[in-house]
Design a protein around this ligand. Sequence first.
Ligand SMILES: Nc1ncnc2c1ncn2[C@@H]1O[C@H](COP(=O)(O)OP(=O)(O)O)[C@@H](O)[C@H]1O
Ligand SMILES: O=P(O)(O)OC[C@H]1O[C@](O)(COP(=O)(O)O)[C@@H](O)[C@@H]1O
Ligand SMILES: [Mg+2]
Length: 335
Amino acid sequence: MTEPTPTRHPNPAGIQRVAVLTSGGDAPGMNAAIRAVVRTAAFEGLEVMGVRRGFSGLHRGELRLIGPRDMANTIQRGGTILLTARSATWRTPEGRASGAQHLRDNGVGGLIVIGGDGSFHGAKLLEQEHGIPVIGVPGTIDNDLYGTDHTIGYFTAVETALDAVDKLRDTGASHERIFVIEVMGRHAGHIALDVAVAGGAEEVFIPEDDKPIEDVIQIVKDSVKKGKMGSIVIVAEGVPGGAQGVGDAIQAGTGLETRVSILGHIQRGGTPVSSDRILASRLGEAAVYALMDGVSGVMVGRRGGDIIHTPLHETWEKRKDVNRDLYRCAMKLSV
Ligand SMILES: Nc1ncnc2c1ncn2[C@@H]1O[C@H](COP(=O)(O)OP(=O)(O)O)[C@@H](O)[C@H]1O
Ligand SMILES: O=P(O)(O)OC[C@H]1O[C@](O)(COP(=O)(O)O)[C@@H](O)[C@@H]1O
Ligand SMILES: [Mg+2]
């Protein structure tokens, strides 16, 4: 059976030209999302302007036309070819007015913002104040956005952190040490929980839980009694005191040799894994179609196998809960 040839999407909004930018922390797969936007637009006969340096570049007018051939060799690259930034000026009405003027001057009929909750705030204000249609695409390693099962970059960040945990485990087991490993996640424990289950950790600390440090110390002592060669404790960055605080408390409370390792920005880089590339491709395509359909002020996301739209304000007002089953699983399997 042959698959049907893709057909043109209707364009009731009459959009001829869209702009795309990346904003906030970079995430592996952002390039695959940019590529999907540019290539979907090209397929549909639309033009795309790439904005460099996120909102910072937009208020300065750093826009240029980009076409499908500019996207060669980008699907597998980490970071963002459009560059990203955190812009204080965009938080001012004057900064946003300047950005809106640049979009109008260039005949842009809609803006696609690839980023996290902060970037979506900035996009929503542009829509409210200047009537420019905006669509959000969830790009952040933290996975902390309501309205999508996963965010672009999350799968790769988990793989990178897991690879590091596996390596640290070798040293931990050889020296019979406790390893306290900090993974990223400013406000959310999604990465930490996945890494804890997949990395076989003895304990995991996330910002969503207010756990007494004494409980962690007890778990570490118990694992020694059970004859474990070493213990792995995963700490999400957003936990007060971070991994260093937890590590110091464990060393003081158990007297056991403890090492702290903060994985940091290595988790943000590198070649996106297939799941991130596929998610980015689907969502980049969906963002262009949303603008063509005359939709604005929503984030495109994936729930189950479906592409869904969520009002931008809900992406930060509603909270995506961490999967508590993962915590129970990690604890049970470290018996
Ligand atoms: N409340 C806001 N109003 C206007 N712009 C905002 C707001 N919050 C964030 N932004 C813009 O979005 C950028 C990225 O936000 P940030 O929170 O750093 O990253 P992320 O989008 O990944 O959550 C900020 O540097 C700023 O330019
Ligand atoms: O690179 P920076 O500016 O130090 O930011 C670090 C933060 O960025 C993240 O990697 C991603 O956060 P955002 O998606 O909000 O940008 C967080 O996990 C981390 O706390
Ligand atoms: Mg954020």
